[in-house]
Structures are given as structure tokens and as C-alpha cells.
Design a protein around this ligand. Structure first.
Ligand code: NAD
Ligand code: IPM
Ligand code: MN
Length: 330
């Protein structure tokens, strides 16, 4: 097989720190890979003025998988061009509409399926003459259909339970969402469907996280619920994600951000990044067996060499050392 190309976008804050461990792991895998790093986020603004340079977009479009660290730093608060614009933009450019965010802990095994390229983040926005500012939540039926179908399919392949989360008691977009979910459920009689309103679903994620299998929801709700799910299953340092389209490369990114409060101190837990790498092996490269090996090596490092966020004292690179040692011993 021809070497496959992995594009790494380290980004800002702890992004480059956790990406460094991902690159070490990639280099240790028995795969023929071409590994490229490209400017993205605040690092790209500093170098080029643009958080998503065209050269980076072209490299991502050519890649077999894109690994993304994190973007954003307080120094860009209030700036005209923010690093986050790059993240919103690259997701749209690759049309990775399905963001899979697993949250796993003893007795809990859920998968949040977040719509990633629609809703409030991409709707019409602006400022009126009187100073009113608006962001609009917009969804075309086809945008809802494709993510809901993904949710049903993923639930069917797991424990067969799907919770669709919306705010159908208030929002028109949510009423359209719920109508589409109900219609599509006829195609998935084997999937047990439940509808939840986002506020009470947030509560249940905290009080009864074990009741969930797959949750499918729109962009903003999924953003918030996935941080809650991460918090109840060990914290943001552990939470990985895969952002997938219908074809073309996926983006594999931790749920967490650039963690400016701990950046540059060697305290970041690279687990979320390495689990995202495992999701890339699985969903992007078709290397499921290797994905399981990486996951097992990360588990072993979590037990032997934990970072401060999970109660240990190891540095980011010591954690990486433990992962590499476990991989070599496997
Ligand atoms: P954050 O996720 O960066 O951090 C929240 C808390 O979790 C912090 O206390 C941080 O130290 C901790 N944390 C996060 N990742 C960790 C890890 N791997 N190991 C140990 N602790 C970890 O959220 P924030 O502080 O609200 O946001 C900071 C910046 O990141 C903002 O600019 C935001 O827009 C951006 N952000 C980017 C992404 C992304 O690039 N995908 C995601 C979320 C936030
Ligand atoms: C995430 C982040 C991003 C989002 C931000 C940084 C644009 O919070 O990936 O969860 O809201 O999607
Ligand atoms: Mn988020």
C-alpha cells in the first residue's frame, strides 16, 4: 500500500504539547505514513494573518486523516480575527458533519453524535442599526437527515438505544429536528428511540449517565453536552473525538481546548489526543487492530503514569514515554 498522509495541525496552547506525543506514537506504528505539520489557528494568524491558510486547507483535503490539537488563546480575545474561525472553517471545508464524541468510564459507555457544520455557528449573523447583535440557528432538512441517519446507524451497531436531544418545546429548528427523527425511526425499528429536551438531558448526564447509549443532537447542544459527558467520565483530558464526512478525510481532535491555564508547563494529559489518534486509525485508516493497541497502551499509561488532572504527577512527555513503552511491549 502507498504511504498514507497524516496532516497534523498542532495549533495553540497545549495543542502542540499533546500533538508532540501523538507524532511520537504515529512514528512508532508499523504503518507507512507521511506525517506533515501545518500552520493553523493562532499560530497561523501570527505567521500569516489567517487562522486557516489556503496551503493548510489544501494539505488537509489531500490527507488520509487530519489530527488537530487545539486552537485559541486569551491574547486573541477581542481581536478581529480569532483562531476559532479556522476551526469552524476547516470543519466546513472538509464537510465533516458528524462529530463522534465517546464518553466512557466504569458502568458508562455513551457516544454523543454532534452535528458539526450547521446551526448557530454557521447561520446568518450581524449587527442592527440599534446595536442589537444576532446569531441565527438555521438547519436545512437535509443537514438534519444526514446526521440523524448517522445517529441511528451508530446506535444500531451498538446497544440499540438512541436519545435525540432538542429543545422542541421552544425552537422551530428543534421541531423540524424531532419530526425528521420520528419519520426516520420507521427505518430503524430495532433502535429504541427516546426524545430528550436539552436542559433535562444535561441533568441526566450528571445524575444518570449510565442510561445513555447514543445521543444525537445539533451543534451547540452537542458542544455543551460533550463537555458535561467528559466531566462525568474523568475529565476533558480524556475525551476524544472524530469528525467525519460522507467521504474524504476526517478530522480527529480532542474535545478540550488549548488550556491556557496549564500551557507550557508539561501538565497536559495527552490521552484525549492519543484516543483521537486511535479514532483516526479506526475510522480514517481502517486499522482497527492498531487502534485497539494504541487504546490499550494509553490505558496502561493512565494506570502507571497519570498526569495531574487525573491524580498523578507525570509530565506530558513522561506519559508519552509510558505509552510508547506499552506499545513496544505489546
Ligand atoms: P479548555 O478545554 O481549553 O480547558 C478547560 C479546563 O480543562 C482547563 O482548566 C484546562 O486546564 C483543562 N484541560 C483541558 N484539556 C486538558 C488536558 N489535555 N489535560 C489536562 N487538563 C486539561 O477550555 P477553555 O479554557 O474554556 O478554552 C481555552 C481556549 O480553547 C479558548 O480559546 C477556546 O475557544 C479554545 N477551545 C478550542 C477547542 C478546539 O480547538 N477544538 C475546543 C475547546 C475550546
Ligand atoms: C469544540 C470547541 C469548538 C466548538 C470551538 C473552539 C469553536 O469548543 O470543539 O468543542 O465549539 O465546536
Ligand atoms: Mn467545546
Amino acid at each position: 500500500m502507498a504511504p498514507r498522509t497524516i496532516v497534523c495541525l498542532p495549533g495553540d496552547g497545549i495543542g502542540p504539547e499533546v500533538m508532540a506525543e501523538a507524532i511520537r506514537v504515529l512514528e512508532a506504528l508499523p504503518l507507512e505514513l507521511t506525517i506533515e505539520s501545518h500552520l493553523f489557528g493562532g499560530a497561523a494568524i501570527d505567521a500569516t494573518g489567517n487562522p486557516m491558510p489556503d496551503e493548510t486547507v489544501q494539505a488537509c483535503l489531500r490527507a488520509d486523516g487530519v489530527l488537530l490539537g487545539a486552537v485559541g488563546l486569551p491574547k486573541y480575545d477581542g481581536a478581529a480575527v480569532r483562531p476559532e474561525i479556522g476551526l469552524i472553517g476547516i470543519r466546513k471545508a472538509l464537510d465533516v458533519y458528524a462529530n463522534l464524541r465517546p464518553a466512557i468510564a466504569p458502568g458508562i459507555d455513551m457516544l454523543i453524535v454532534r452535528e458539526l457544520v450547521g446551526g448557530l455557528y454557521y447561520g446568518r449573523r450581524g449587527t442592527l442599526d440599534d446595536g442589537t447583535v444576532f446569531d441565527t440557528c438555521e438547519y436545512h432538512p437535509t443537514q438534519i437527515e444526514r446526521i440523524v441517519r448517522r445517529g441511528f446507524e451508530l446506535a444500531r451497531a451498538r446497544r440499540g438505544k438512541l436519545t435525540s436531544v432538542d429543545k422542541a418545546n421552544v425552537l422551530d429548528t428543534s421541531r423540524l429536528w424531532r419530526k425528521i427523527v420520528i419519520e426516520m425511526s420507521a427505518e430503524f425499528p430495532d433502535v429504541e428511540l427516546r426524545h430528550g429536551l436539552v436542559d433535562s438531558a444535561a441533568m441526566q448526564l450528571v445524575t444518570d449517565p449510565d442510561m445513555f447509549d447514543v445521543i444525537v443532537t445539533e451543534n451547540t447542544f452537542g458542544d455543551i453536552l460533550s463537555d458535561i459527558a467528559a466531566a462525568v467520565t474523568g475529565g476533558l483530558g480524556l475525551a476524544a473525538s472524530a469528525s467525519l464526512g460522507s467521504s474524504g478525510p476526517g478530522i480527529f481532535e480532542p474535545v478540550h481546548g488549548s488550556a491556557p491555564d496549564i500551557a507550557g508547563q508539561g501538565k497536559a494529559n495527552p490521552t484525549a489526543m492519543l484516543r483521537s489518534l486511535a479514532m483516526m486509525l479506526d475510522h480514517g485508516l481502517g486499522e482497527a487492530a492498531l487502534a485497539r493497541k494504541v487504546e490499550a497502551a494509553v490505558e496502561s499509561a493512565l494506570a502507571s503514569t497519570p498526569t495531574p488532572d487525573v491524580g498523578g504527577t507525570a509530565t506530558t512527555s513522561q506519559f508519552g514515554d509510558a505509552v510508547l513503552a506499552a506499545l513496544a511491549a505489546a
